[in-house]
Design a protein around this ligand. Structure first.
Ligand code: COA
Length: 373
């Protein structure tokens, strides 16, 4: 058995930013237009008028201040309200693969590895651009990696489930050097016309290099243990899928073909699940709260993270102990905890322990205990 380690991490951040103020102006223009166009039906009680959104609500409900997106003009156009990402020919790299190349390049550079030394690529993300061939295989080819590659999807927990998969393969010896890459174009599955959630998501791509600890060329984190859990729930759901065409009423405009959630229920049900999951993982690994130097949590909601941090640490964590990036990136699905890890781990001292944890649709929760070597 070999000891797996994270030896490199990288983040691709899109160039375009949408601030809360810009988002709210666009949403309110859309809502006003909708209400004018449906004035008669609204007056007759047949259609519900759209209420305006507000920056104050977004900040206080979520802690999100801005988000990065792959296309800003479409998202902010009241007549469009979704990203405009023109289709590419089969001869061009896919958009997810292109984002992945940037993040993987940064992670490989940090690890001091050439792409040709990689023998596993897992593209772990909550949505994939196409059914097949796997995005991961395209990334493998564009990078010049060897071995094999596959896609996996466990929604917001994809990256941590991907880490467990790669770490287990490294432990057993079936692969020597792996990349877990998470290109998340959340703007594509968000309903920007829904006031309850239009502010939630942003786009990003993260990548991690995992390999045998004995092969590490520089600073690295030993992966001590990983733990994954799932429990079925409809409270975060997206019904889009390949059987869409076969079903009556499959119109593009069906609300359930994009991200839908019961935010309050998610709060109530996921918080205890995640807190218990982390506590049990730490207990079984003989790591107590005093010895946990850092928590890199899933980045969906600040109140949620504050609650989990307090529960796990047994006190209010210092900001540097539980870094949040959601104020800048919003919820980037499975990539969120990895952005936090990538940006806030270099200062840790040898022997210090931290925990990466992501959670979301499924429900699913994945945790990874790491130690700075
Ligand atoms: N602007 C202004 N007001 C808004 C609004 C907006 N954009 N969106 C909703 N409101 C109103 C609602 O209509 C409601 O009004 P009411 O009290 O008069 O009915 C009120 O604000 C509260 O809405 P609610 O949906 O209960 O807000 P919330 O405090 O639960 O926050 C979320 C919403 C989505 C931020 C929060 O539920 C959340 O983050 N949940 C967990 C999300 C999560 O982790 N999901 C995983 C996804 S991967």
């Amino acid at each position: 058995m070999y000891m797996p380690a994270i030896t490199g991490s990288g983040v691709f951040t899109p160039e375009e930013i949408v601030t809360n103020d810009e988002l709210v102006v666009a949403f309110n223009a859309y809502a006003e237009k909708f209400n004018t166009e449906h004035a008669e039906a609204i007056a007759a009680g047949e259609v519900e008028a759209k209420a305006p959104s507000s920056t104050e609500f977004i900040i206080s409900a979520s802690g999100i201040e801005q988000r990065y997106v792959m296309n800003k003009s479409g998202v902010l156009d009241p007549d469009v309200m979704h990203p405009l990402l023109p289709p590419r020919s089969d001869d061009e790299p896919g958009i997810m693969a292109e984002m992945a190349l940037d993040a993987c390049g940064k992670a490989l550079a940090q690890a001091g590895r050439e792409a040709g030394e990689v023998d596993l690529v897992i593209c772990a993300a909550s949505n994939h651009e196409r059914a097949y061939p796997a995005i991961a295989i395209e990334i493998q080819q564009l990078l010049g990696a060897g071995g094999f590659a596959f896609d996996m999807n466990v929604a917001c927990s994809s990256a941590t489930f991907g880490i467990q998969t790669a770490a287990d393969m490294i432990r057993s010896g079936s692969v020597r050097c792996a990349i877990v890459v998470s290109p998340e174009i959340c703007s594509g599955h968000l309903e920007w016309r829904d006031r309850d959630c239009h502010f939630i998501f942003g786009d990003v791509c993260t990548a991690l290099v995992l390999e045998r600890a004995e092969d590490a060329k520089g600073d690295h984190f030993i992966v001590h243990s990983t733990r994954c859990a799932t429990q079925f729930s409809n409270n975060i759901r997206n019904n889009n899928g390949y059987l869409r065409r076969t079903r009556e009423g499959h119109m593009e405009d069906r609300r359930d073909m994009l991200f839908v959630q019961e935010g309050r229920k998610v709060f109530k049900e996921v918080l205890p699940m995640v807190s218990a999951h982390i506590s049990e993982h730490m207990k079984d690994a003989c790591v107590d709260a005093q010895n946990l130097k850092r928590l890199w949590l899933h980045q969906a909601n600040k109140t949620m993270n504050d609650f989990i941090g307090k529960k796990v640490m047994g006190r209010v964590p210092e900001p540097e102990e539980q870094p949040n990036i959601l104020q800048d990136y919003a919820n980037t699905s499975s990539a969120g905890s990895i952005i936090a890890f990538s940006k806030y781990s270099a200062d840790m001292a040898p022997g210090e322990t931290g925990l990466i944890c992501s959670f979301g649709a499924g429900y699913s929760v994945g945790s990874v205990l790491v130690e700075r070597a």
